[in-house]
Design a protein around this ligand. Sequence first.
Ligand code: CIR
Length: 281
Amino acid sequence: MRLQYLICSLIGMSETHVPSVPEPPKRERIALTREISSALSRCELTHLQRAAIDVALAREQHRAYEQALRDLGWRIESLPEEPELPDSVFVEDTAIVLDEVAVITRPGAPSRRAETASIAAVLGKYRDLVCIESPGTLDGGDVLRVGRSLYVGTSSRSNSTGIGRLGALLRPFGYRVLPVPVQGCLHLKSAVTQVTAGDLLINSRYVERRHFPQMRFIEVDESEPSGANALMIGADVIYSRSYPRTAEILRQRGIRVSTVEMSETEKAEGAVTCCSLLLSP
Ligand code: CIR
């Protein structure tokens, strides 16, 4: 029964005379990003050889990435450049943002630990904050959330102390934290990301499917091993133009794919999920 009709019946008024029930205030969808550092060429590298990065082009591509998020209804809150922090555009690694709370991480690479202070200052406006503390380490790129489950890659960046602490911090909110081994790539989300409510895009040479029971899988094209990172936004997916064969596989499955050019941040081992932190309503 419609609420207005119920009120009408109770107070004996015609439906047209009842003022409409006010909608609860909507929380804005905010994407937190950061300008590319002029020092990006001095980024951390684990699996790639260093290649020349065009910082001006990287910035242009980053603006197009932000525009893709705007086109899907997100307001961009962009932090200024950190000239002394080469990897600081990869804001995903500094926090895990949930509806109830935000966890400020302690990145595995010592060169990246100073990135968290400015992120905490902004996130504190929107969420209660909790922190991963020494000797724990955790990179947000290792955390794949599917519903109330947080799968966390036991990579070179996230240690068992950090993963254990994440579990203890989030248990009171009803989340379970599940460690998952990864091999051959930087983070868990280099190996697997969610692309629909029931589908994971995966490179099963980097992570085993058995860790994700009840999910279906879309395998990356074998010529595109780094193509498993996609940014799911509702029914849409933001995806790198570097993996056209996998993009086509996603489209054939009926997924709406918006592609962005990521050539320069990819030379720094970045990908589409790493360049924003999404604060959803
Ligand atoms: C690093 O090695 O930390 C950066 N060069 C790349 C981080 C990419 N972040 C991510 O995939 N979440």
